[in-house]
Design a protein around this ligand. Structure first.
Ligand code: G5P
Length: 224
């Protein structure tokens, strides 16, 4: 069997992790595993972890490490036969160490986006809660202000995209991300990309992955 490929994408809230991950999934066939999506599924299903996580997310705070590792690691065990890109986990050194003990990573992509760009993007992000469709009032606006294009239902802002929570998230991100970035740099698997636009970062991410992912694996992943 071809060697599997495991990657992580790091970056502050609004840095484009989700957008780039979707492109990686469709171009290279990796499974996109998003800790934020996973948390939102648990919140919607009112699981014990979801109910607990909601109180942190609404404040713009990180969900405690023991809750995150208990949610994420079993999910990765289910994926032992797949190549994946992990988006949003690990966020802290404790999470990175837990991930280390569970699997070996091939590549870590780190997005380095100016603070003003992040604030601007997230302030304008609205979602349709039932479908998870995401709009950006500047980048990707709905046809009618405040209303989902398909269902006609109202759009809402994530609690953690509102101004009070947003500033707390961005400030905290830098402090907790530094030791994680240092760890992966020391392992020699960190690749950092700096720009204000996802479309300008994407070609570099794409060529990195083209060089790192074996061709037979990329073909096999697309076929599954
Ligand atoms: P999430 O869901 O992981 P965040 O806060 O890390 O959420 P977010 O906000 O989803 O990340 P992103 O994935 O980095 O951002 O970026 P994105 O969604 O692709 O893009 C952001 C916006 O910018 C979108 O509207 C997009 O259309 C737009 N955009 C993208 N590129 C461009 C561009 O080039 N130009 C412009 N103009 N716009 C662009 O986590 C949510 C919460 O869950 C908890 C935390 O509380 C977190 O806050 N959580 C964890 N807690 C502890 N440990 C963990 N591991 C956790 N994981 C999640």
């Amino acid at each position: 069997m071809a060697k599997l490929f495991r990657a992580v994408i790091l970056g502050p809230p609004g840095s484009g992790k989700g957008t780039i991950s979707e492109r990686v999934a469709s171009s290279f066939g990796l499974q996109h595993l998003s800790s934020g999506d996973f948390l939102r599924e648990n919140i919607a299903a009112k699981t014990e972890a979801g109910v607990l996580a909601k109180t942190y997310i609404e404040k713009g705070a990180l969900v405690p490490d023991h809750v995150m590792t208990r949610l994420m690691l079993p999910r990765l065990v289910e994926m032992t036969r797949h190549s994946w890109l992990l988006d949003g986990f690990p966020r802290t050194l404790a999470q990175a160490e837990a991930l280390n003990s569970a699997c070996e990573l091939d590549v870590v992509i780190s997005l380095n986006i100016p603070l003003e760009t992040l604030k601007d993007r997230l302030r304008h992000r609205w979602i349709h809660p039932a479908s998870g469709r995401v709009y950006n009032m500047r980048f990707n606006p709905p046809r009618v202000q405040g209303v989902d294009d398909i269902s006609g239902e109202p759009l809402i802002q994530h609690e953690d995209d509102k101004p009070e929570a947003l500033v707390a998230r961005l400030r905290h991100y830098k402090d907790v991300a530094k030791p994680v970035i240092d760890l992966y740099r020391a392992k020699g698997i960190l690749h950092m990309f700096s720009d204000t636009e996802t479309d300008r970062i994407w070609p570099y991410v794409s060529s990195l992955l083209s060089a790192k992912i074996p061709t037979d694996l990329a073909d096999a992943q697309r076929a599954t």
